[in-house]
Ligand binder design. Structure first.
Ligand SMILES: [Zn+2]
Ligand SMILES: [Zn+2]
Length: 148
């Protein structure tokens, strides 16, 4: 998302763009956008300062860290940026937006807070039903200790 500084009118500039997530290099092993990302921005300028209010929207396919099932996250976040544009003619927000989007990714995606995970004995997805094996209590207390 590039803006020509001198094109920002007094009343502000409204922009809407669609970006290919692959072009923005936003994929992580367990997360990827399955739609283009819609970026909407409202840009204002006060002499040498430019302020941008940006929203980013799209759908992410994530892989649950517990049960390994794919699920969809509706991503919709808003960011604010400010820039000193003294001596600049073009402002490129793309990299800042990219970094903010990545910061909003879940550290460990979970299909649900209550996801039961996979049976350690037979590998069945326990969200789909009980296989009759006993859960390993030690494994869950280990998981808690590591912060998840
Ligand atoms: Zn899960
Ligand atoms: Zn089992």
């Amino acid at each position: 998302m590039k803006i020509k500084v001198n094109d920002i009118p007094q009343e502000g500039l409204t922009l809407e763009e669609q970006h290919d997530a692959a072009a923005l290099d936003l994929a992580r092993d367990d997360l990827k956008f399955v739609t283009p990302i819609t970026l909407k921005a409202f840009i204002t300028r006060d002499t040498d300062d430019v302020y941008a209010h940006v929203s980013a929207e799209g759908r992410i396919e994530a892989v649950c860290g517990r049960c390994l099932a794919a699920y969809i996250i509706n991503f919709n976040k808003e960011f604010d940026f400010s820039y000193d544009v003294k001596g600049k003619t073009v402002l490129d927000l793309t990299d800042d937006i990219r970094q903010e989007i990545i910061l909003e990714y879940p550290v460990k995606p979970l299909c649900s807070e209550n996801c039961k995970g996979l049976c350690q004995v037979c590998g069945k997805n326990l969200n789909e039903g009980d296989c009759g094996h006993k859960p390993d209590a030690d494994r869950w207390s280990e998981a808690k200790k590591s912060g998840n």
